[in-house]
Design a protein around this ligand. Structure first.
Ligand SMILES: [Zn+2]
Length: 394
């Protein structure tokens, strides 16, 4: 995959050399055989079809935007961005673009010749892999302007326990101006994952995190944060373990646009009976008007559509706060459109219970408003903060 990407970068843009190849062939072969001409023209038409499929259509014609997509996986491999445009097709308008900042180590001592690709496949630690930001920026820059307009790349390659994290974010913005719209998804508390990360354990109480959120506000970067609201298998009726800390954090950063991923749920961090009430408390409080929720991940969809009652509770909340929820897939390096949009289809019972306006907002409008705003602010900040730092220090 990395090799494919390097080759694509070397020969220039992805499609045009192929098309040029076909037209050259047409010219040469036409002198000898009409069959070849027909074949080559057919191939040209096919190639053109693929190209146009990946091109922009008017925004209102798309069915959804995706606020949560991992282009690469835990070992930094994934879908070629040009192929991904074809997967989006005419169905998905805009997508936030990030990898995964945590690299799974292949420890020979632990798994021998078995090469793990997911964090649950080995006891070896995860570590922060900052190159992900350069990889995402370079892939984005290999697109045409029109194609770029469909992506909002995000910076993720920083350690949220490091007081130097903001320096990394600043350095990425200055090295790749005109690219990024936000930071995240990055993780503080996550079942199975937090305990595996090498070094200091992330915490909502760490001043390094406050520094990151302050800087995001200064630049206008949207923040996508993964933070489980509770611990796995919590006792029903108990106060979610990290809810108060999270609210205190959000309250300390009223000027930062924050999307709380998965509404704070996880694979085994199940919604308590009070989950909707906890969200409602945040949504109704003007102190948290900067806070949004994404409903990404099939694990979240599973809970939302579990019963007609659970779907109604979620739909009611969204209909009451139509500006505060965003659809996302949370797919990792999807290979085709069917796999990519399975979470979207899983939500069908939810879509049916939303008013037209709410559905439109959750699927598209909220994304567009939040990320358009971020793009404008970040570009303005970049214009005011000069050229890349030559030594990499700030
Ligand atoms: Zn997540």
């Amino acid at each position: 995959m990395l090799l494919d990407f390097r080759v694509a970068m070397t020969i220039g843009t992805y499609m045009s050399p192929t098309m040029k190849g076909y037209s050259d062939t047409v010219r040469t072969e036409s002198q000898t055989s009409w069959h070849h001409v027909t074949f080559c023209l057919f191939a040209l038409v096919l190639t053109w079809g693929v190209c146009t499929n990946a091109q922009t259509v008017p925004a209102e014609q798309y069915e959804l935007n995706d606020s949560h997509l991992h282009l690469t996986n835990y070992i930094q491999e994934g879908t070629d961005l040009h192929d991904f445009l074809t997967i989006m097709g005419a169905k998905v308008g805009r997508v936030t673009l990030f990898g995964i900042p945590l690299q799974q180590q292949w420890s020979y001592q632990n798994s021998g010749d078995f090469a793990p690709t997911y964090y649950l496949q080995t006891d070896a630690p995860l570590y922060y892999y900052s190159f992900t930001d350069a990889y995402i920026a370079t892939a984005y820059r290999s697109l045409t302007k029109e194609q770029q307009a469909r992506f909002d790349p995000m910076i993720t390659g920083f350690n949220p326990t490091d007081m130097y994290a903001t320096d990394h974010i600043r350095r990425v913005l200055r090295t790749f101006p005109g690219v990024f719209s936000g930071i995240g998804e990055f993780t503080i508390h996550k079942e199975f994952v937090s305990a595996k990360v090498a070094g200091e354990t992330a915490s909502l109480l760490n001043p390094a995190l406050d520094k990151i959120l302050d800087f995001a506000a200064e630049v206008g970067l949207v923040v996508i944060i993964h933070n489980d609201m509770d611990v796995p298998f919590a006792k029903e009726g108990s106060q979610p373990a990290y809810l108060d800390q999270m609210k205190a954090l959000l309250r300390r950063h009223p000027n930062t646009t924050i999307i709380w991923a998965h509404t704070g749920l996880g694979r085994v961090v199940r919604p308590s009976k009070s989950h909707a009430a906890h969200l409602s408390e945040i949504l109704s409080d003007p102190a948290f008007r900067n806070v949004y929720f994404d409903i990404s991940w099939d694990e979240v969809a599973k809970y939302v559509v579990a019963t007609p009652e659970s779907t109604h509770i979620s739909a009611d909340l969204m209909n009451r706060y139509p500006d505060r929820f965003l659809f996302g897939t949370d797919e990792v390096a999807p290979p085709n459109q069917q796999q990519y949009l399975r979470v979207y289809y899983e939500y069908k019972p939810l879509w049916q219970l939303l008013s037209n306006g709410t559905s439109e907002n959750v699927r598209k409008g909220n994304y567009q408003r939040i990320f358009d705003n971020a793009r404008n602010k970040v570009r303005a900040w970049e214009n005011n903060h000069g050229s890349p730092a030559p030594s990499g220090s700030q």
